[in-house]
Design a protein around this ligand. Sequence first.
Ligand code: GLV
Ligand code: MN
Ligand code: MN
Length: 405
Amino acid sequence: MTFHSMWVELLRIGRSSTSGGYRRFAWTGADAECRAWFEDQARARGLTYELDRNGNQWAWLGDPAQGDAVVTGSHLDSVPDGGAFDGPLGVVSSFAAFDELRARRVEFTRPLALVNFGDEEGARFGLACVGSRLAAGELTAEQAHRLTDGDGITLPQAMERAGYDPDAIGPDPERLSRIGAFVELHVEQGRALDLTGDQVGIASAIWPHGRWRFDFRGEANHAGTTRLVDRRDPMLSYAETVLAARREARLAGAVATFGKIAVEPNGVNAIPSLVRGWLDSRAPDQTSLDTVVTGIEKAAREYAQAHGVELDVVRESFTPLIEFEHALRDELARILGKETGLTVPVLGTGAGHDAGILSATVPTAMLFVRNPTGISHSPAEYAAEDDCVAGVTALADVLEGLVRR
Ligand code: GLV
Ligand code: MN
Ligand code: MN
């Protein structure tokens, strides 16, 4: 199967006909279809298919028990109305690169695996990289069991309904210890490669990032009869906090986004009793991130007090600065430079990835494929097929270099 034919097969799964974006949330029907596709691709190539205790899917060539495996892959789930590329590009490219290695008649001296990590985006349960976090022991089974989606369905209930065993989830050190190198290919989520005119780049680091939930609690009341001075309206302190987030982020050279909100009772003619907003903030370094989040929280408390509103702030997730291992990164640069004679750009990113989670225990690297608009987490996310195919070749070159080492 060519890159193109695999790509086209996946395009129809979980696509909203109204927005044109993808809604492939963990443990839903669309997710199941993506997983079935992965398993079919693995079996069609005669690879050994494996489902791990955390719902991550693996396709093996060679004996995993031999250890020092070279692994590549990404994820197939999406954010609400996400693009086609974030995640699937890495998975499809893994199969396409594997086909390329076979066509080149590469002799494998190390086992090779392709992987699809479950629930990378955290779109449904609020926490990103659940599959890799569980495997790495960064998220305990008890913590995962407490995760709940917007409809009150718990993660164990969702897993069970999808036919998986939630009691099995937990750390998987033995499986991770088989991996000698993990390389994740991903669409770039910025325009750095477009600006340098390169098709492919190598990741240097992932900014520290996290998610915080801000609960502003006021008093529900009639929108027509309640005098302005008598109101305890949490929407006002929330709105002021959104502006403060923008200001604090600008001052610190960081980013801060309130992209999700829940309002109760959510009636046009009622002052809200609760406004719950989720802050996503990221910065090039820990100190800047701390400054931004502390500044936003301080401002939010002042606004809440001024409007007679109560505020609770809960940190729901956090990932520290990740600096990818220099030795593996340099090896990728050497392999790719040898093929093209060019210097491959090395770039940092503000986006989170399973590669970042694994990097605590496994030598890990990432390849980025040019995104001409830089747009991501949107139906408009795009990469030209030429660039995707260049990504596949780069991944195949890297894997060939690594499996022969
Ligand atoms: C995942 O894509 C994230 O960076 O939130
Ligand atoms: Mn993403
Ligand atoms: Mn991704």
